[in-house]
Design a binder for this molecule. Sequence first.
Ligand SMILES: Nc1ncnc2c1ncn2[C@@H]1O[C@H](COP(=O)(O)OP(=O)(O)OP(=O)(O)O)[C@@H](O)[C@H]1O
Length: 295
Amino acid sequence: MTRLLEISDLRIFFESGFGKVDAVRGVSLSMDMGDAIAVVGASGSGKTVLGRSMLGLVDAPGVVQGSIRFDGTEIVGRSEKDLRGIRGLGIGMVFQDALDGLNPVYSIGSQLSEIFTVRLGLSRSQAKSQAISLMEQVGIRRADERYNDYPHQFSGGMRQRICIAMAIGLKPKILIADEPTTALDVTVQAGILRLIKSLQSETGMGLIFVTHDLAVARMISTRIVVMYAGQIVEQGLTEEIFLRPKHPYTRALLAAHPARARSWRDLEPIPDAFVTDSSSGEGTSHSSPQMVVTS
Ligand SMILES: Nc1ncnc2c1ncn2[C@@H]1O[C@H](COP(=O)(O)OP(=O)(O)OP(=O)(O)O)[C@@H](O)[C@H]1O
């Protein structure tokens, strides 16, 4: 059976006047539909470069070697034209900073709608109603009224939700989220994590979630990949990694944040908070982003 994603012996390096930086050193990884993989590791361990390589987005002067097969199609060495066809529809991405993904001079609604007219071939009116429905799905209240607002009129958390709406609106088979909540307030962060997780289990898409925060990884993933200096030093089922870490680096990572890891795990949603549920229809209040530690 064809795997959704199969990475074999991936190597990525940057060469400059100052020497060679081996950012990713022989990584092999695979995933199927429904998998939620958290990629964890310290700053500079290669998490972001690995995520971007799956979309053919490694910045020059980066060199990518090895193989990344998405749904049987090789990504490494593919032309920009082919990659544009895969990005968004095949593999979606949410970046660390929502402003990276939004254009400040266009309204949120027009940016969302344009994706659906250009990529899915919807009519303008179909695209608009799809955009409004997605805005509701990610918890933007009064979405029809806010359709014409500009990015600066939304909070950081709301902008990040809109970027998630853009990514999931195309129903990608894989969503790559690179520290999408790092810059946000902790309660907003919890809401967005729960949103991504519920969307992932609803749609069955594969999720690759890059984070330096083990507690976040525990909340969002079914499998954890631990990176150190460009290599995967350990990977396994999330709870196995937490209960029985094998590699000394994983043990050190866990030892550094045990209390926080527990508190994230204990976060429970407060009912009737301000987000709407994708499945419950317009305006229905639903559990999410306000959270409370229950123990
Ligand atoms: N454009 C570039 N030119 C040169 N080196 C780069 C470039 N991009 C990344 N690197 C190097 O590749 C290595 C891996 O970087 P990467 O951003 O993937 O780490 P990371 O684990 O995501 O870190 P962080 O958690 O801080 O984002 C680092 O040594 C980084 O300096």
